[in-house]
Design a protein. Structure first.
Length: 508
């Protein structure tokens, strides 16, 4: 494969933002008919590199060649017209439009000046059939699963006769069966000669699908490797610049923690037959001080719905929430915050952070809301608190005045965590706090969860990664089909296979 002429070559790429060198002298190449993994921690420069390729950012230094010809794109439309298509982590399509409309939006077939709806639906069905996707193209996109939406976005990207397909974290919200289907589609696409740049933080997935891997660290190129010649632990070391021991230390620490000792204390929060029609069947749940309770289940099992009820983001129509054994009156997020409950949503961009505000403004947002807007937090106090959590969570760059949407995904997640930690909640609900972030940042957040529970904070932890739930939780609530079907004490008899068996059987 190394003798094949690259379809894309980027040489000596550099990019600077005010006060930050995002990339310095980075090389990257793609060969036709390959999947090329682009790996690195959050803030390593992966997104910046690809945004320069696709015309989102201008190129400060270096050169780009596409199919042997120098190119430089000033807009994403120019990149698309040249044959470079991008599918982002957050599917940027319109849920209220049909599948066919999403595929051809801006390029609708026309007849006598009007949209030819029949031709558009026929062409959409033909395109999806070539990708072995059989769905109703006239149905609204929002009625389909996120996995199908991802595939529709890929179909749209391929319809412009792409030479290069950029997939930015396409698996971050998919379950195992959906990932397998996406990988089938990727293999089919690469057989047609398209080069695929695959950005992911899932190391196992990178090894399953990638032919080669390029590693970036701190805005610089570490190297390009054949996947089969790079052991996984060496990849992790190259990504973070040191041996990763944090997870081993967490597992040793977790083994010493006693669920029985925790349950002898008084519960902090209890859900008593809490439910919401159409969202999740009534469930009961008890969380003690210093306890980490994991929620495990497939996508759509009701994990997020349970978390939102506990925070009052959705209003329950059945049951109640008790705090310290007393009815809490938690019917909305403001009431939950008043009872010292915090919630980090899985959708940090839409329901968490305010992208246009600074790091400082995002961190103090929950505390200021709890105080009331008529009692502003003094600027000196803001600076002290924000500096404390920037340092504690190692948010980079450590600039409180940086607009938060310019941070990497992992650092955005840390800002959201800082927002709730600053309020010192008694129960912190974490919904997919490590989704879409690198292995180093993931380990740091997991370490933080252990520290918080050791300090007496109750934590409700939701993750699609069963190993992560097992690593951190004292007990695990298993959900299936929007029902809580089993509670498992996290002991030596419980592993990922046991949880999957419980999910499959629905046994209580």
């Amino acid at each position: 494969m190394s003798e094949v002429r690259p379809i894309l070559t980027m040489r000596g790429i550099g990019k600077q933002f005010p006060g930050v060198t995002a990339l310095s002298d980075v090389d990257f190449r793609l060969l036709p008919g390959e999947v090329h993994g682009l790996m690195g921690q959050n803030g390593a420069g992966k997104s910046t590199l690809l945004k320069m390729l696709t015309g989102v950012y201008s190129v400060d230094q270096g050169e780009i060649e596409l199919d042997g010809h120098p190119v430089r794109f000033s807009t994403p439309i120019q990149a698309q017209q040249a044959g470079i298509s991008t599918v982002y982590q957050e599917v940027n399509l319109c849920n209220n439009l049909s599948v066919a409309e999403n595929i051809f939006i801006g390029r609708e077939p026309r007849r006598l000046g009007a949209v030819n709806w029949r031709a558009m639906r026929r062409r959409a069905a033909e395109l999806l059939a070539r990708l072995q996707i059989d769905i109703d193209v006239s149905a609204e996109l929002g009625t389909h699963s996120l996995a199908i939406q991802q595939m529709v976005a890929i179909a749209r990207a391929l319809d412009i006769e792409a030479k290069v397909l950029v997939l930015d974290e396409p698996t971050s919200s998919l379950d195992a069966s959906e990932v397998a289907e996406l990988f089938r589609l990727m293999r089919q696409i690469k057989r047609s000669g398209v080069a695929i740049a695959f950005v992911t933080h899932f190391i196992d997935q990178a090894y399953e699908i990638s032919d080669r891997i390029t590693v970036l660290r701190n805005g610089r190129l570490v190297g390009e490797y054949l996947t089969g010649e790079l052991p996984q632990m060496q990849l992790v070391t190259k990504m973070i610049g040191k041996e990763l021991e944090v997870l081993d230390r967490l597992e040793e620490h977790q083994a010493k923690r006693s669920l029985a000792a925790l349950e002898s204390s008084r519960p902090v929060v209890e859900a008593v037959e809490l439910g919401r029609r159409g969202a999740i069947e009534p469930f009961s749940l008890t969380i003690h001080a210093g306890e980490v309770v994991g929620l495990a289940g497939l996508l759509g099992s009701g994990r997020t719905e349970a978390a939102r009820l506990l925070f009052g983001a959705d209003r329950a129509d059945h049951g109640q929430i008790l705090v310290d054994g007393e009815p809490s009156g938690v019917r909305n997020p403001r009431a939950a915050m008043a009872r010292d409950i915090g919630f980090c949503s899985e959708n940090r961009r839409v329901e968490g952070l305010v992208g246009e505000l600074t790091v400082r403004e995002n961190i103090i947002l929950a505390m200021q809301a709890a105080r009331g807007w008529s009692r502003p937090i003094p600027r000196r106090r803001q600076d002290e608190l924000v500096a404390k959590y920037i340092d504690a969570l190692q948010i980079t760059p450590p600039n409180p005045d940086m607009v938060v949407q310019n941070l990497s995904g992992g650092n955005q997640q840390k800002v959201l965590l800082a927002r709730w930690l600053i309020t010192e909640p008694r129960l912190l609900i974490l919904d997919e706090p490590t989704r879409g972030i690198d292995v180093g940042a993931k380990a740091e957040i997991q370490r933080l969860v252990v520290q918080l529970s050791d300090g007496g904070m109750a934590v409700l932890f939701i993750s699609a990664e069963l190993e992560e739930v097992l690593r951190l939780s004292h007990k695990i609530e298993v959900l299936r089909d929007r029902r809580m079907v089993s509670e498992l004490e996290n002991n030596e008899d419980v592993d990922a296979d046991r949880i999957m068996e419980t999910i499959a059987s629905g046994a209580t």
